[in-house]
Design a protein around this ligand. Sequence first.
Ligand SMILES: Nc1ncnc2c1ncn2[C@@H]1O[C@H](COP(=O)(O)OP(=O)(O)OP(=O)(O)O)[C@@H](O)[C@H]1O
Length: 510
Amino acid sequence: MSSVVTKQSEKLDASKQAADVDDIDECEATDIDEEKSDKYEMMESRADVPEQDREEMEEIINVFDGLENQYKLMEKIGEGTFSSVYKAEDLKYYDYINDWDIDSKGLTNQPTLEGSSNEGAISPIKRKPKFVAIKKIYATSSPMRILNELEILYLLRGIDTIAPLITALRNEDQVLLILPYYQHTDFRQFYSNFSYKEMSAYFRCLFSALTACEAMQVMHRDIKPSNFLFNVERKHGVLVDFGLAEHCSLPVPKNCPCASSDTANLARESYKDYEPALGYVKNDTRPSKRANRAGTRGFRAPEVLLKCPVQTTKIDIWSAGVILLSFLTKRFPMFNSKDDVDALMEIACIFGKNEMRQVAALHGCAFETNVTTLTEKRVNFRKLILWASCGSASIYKEKLMHKPSIEESVCLDFLERCLELDCNKRITACEAMAHDFLYLDDPTFPFSFQRNDANLDKPRFNSPSMENDSTETTQHFSRILKDGEDNDSSMQEISDLKRKRPSDSIDGNL
Ligand SMILES: Nc1ncnc2c1ncn2[C@@H]1O[C@H](COP(=O)(O)OP(=O)(O)OP(=O)(O)O)[C@@H](O)[C@H]1O
């Protein structure tokens, strides 16, 4: 497959391109020499870039020889646990086919291919600078982890709500992922004043991304506002950061009651007979429960907190529900626990002890607490939201007396389905795409509103065979990440990889 991909995404031959493309190549050829003479010029021109960020960008340019001819690093835009992200101008954008670029869809500023007409092509002078996000993965990340992120990004190519990988570069232990740059609005600027319609648009994009992940059996594991880049003006969002993502189809021991409907039903029933023994076993010989708990505090699903070994894509639905709860309560972060026990207690404050015992039994655990303020029964979501968002007791009481609007009811129903403690009963992303809440901004809602249900059970994109893809991608990227290669050959591999855009190969050319 890799050779096919190479062919499709080959740099466009200058002779095959329109005259204006040739013109720009010549201009760039002269520019390159000038750029080389002072590779840091672009950073000096930005006095507002902090000294430390400037140093980091200089280091990247030093490590990746020739990078400055491809990308003009501008500023640091994000920093996480595993990476730093920089905005850069894509200096060679117009030399390549850029099918991944949602901005370019329907525009005629793409270079033309052999045999195609150049009519309507935009002259070089009108070309806008194009930007990418360069994600520098810290050298402390294991190669397997980086490979996993690359592999999953490759698998999820071609979906306009998931940030695609443009290319990846490696030099020794330094790895850069090049992604399109998405102009977005900080969550803190809009979460407290979004209307139901705006929330609907936000979650339709998010759930479209989650539907794609679900179809590929990929758990993102880190769904949170900073990983969903939403552009308020365009009402469009993209999911980023698959650094913790994981396949849930991998064989795991099904040693959790939730894994089969028989044992799950038994657990749901038997929790009532559980008699808590006071104290704890002094010399407990039972093996400790182990499971992947990767994620961000406050967004972990109950099954993650209860260390269920059979986690599925439902964990992401819970996290999306937590984001919706933030919108509705106008509180962010909604949960802020320091550890998993605290996190379970925060959830118990809403769901009550009775449901917590049930969900604990579903994952082979027992839930016991001596915190007297916890109630047996759950708190009604509407009451919780009004209490948290109203500001005063009198407004709360007044609002509570009013019947909820259709929009509010639909939204509350969606919230309950996402924040369902029992992962087996929680809504799937595909089912969520059929929920009225995701169509509130439809002009005909709710009068003559009709969803096109015919397509809702189908993933809205091509689904290449995961097994084959996964294997080939693993081979492809593991070569890039393989240790012990000399610098030249690894850089050669990297340049081979350059511009092998996954989305190029999705439309039936494999
Ligand atoms: N393609 C992009 N376009 C614009 N900004 C981006 C892009 N990718 C990442 N960012 C910004 O960089 C931040 C960190 O990126 P990312 O989440 O991929 O890194 P991380 O190290 O895994 O972070 P965390 O530990 O917080 O999950 C994002 O929250 C976002 O603000």
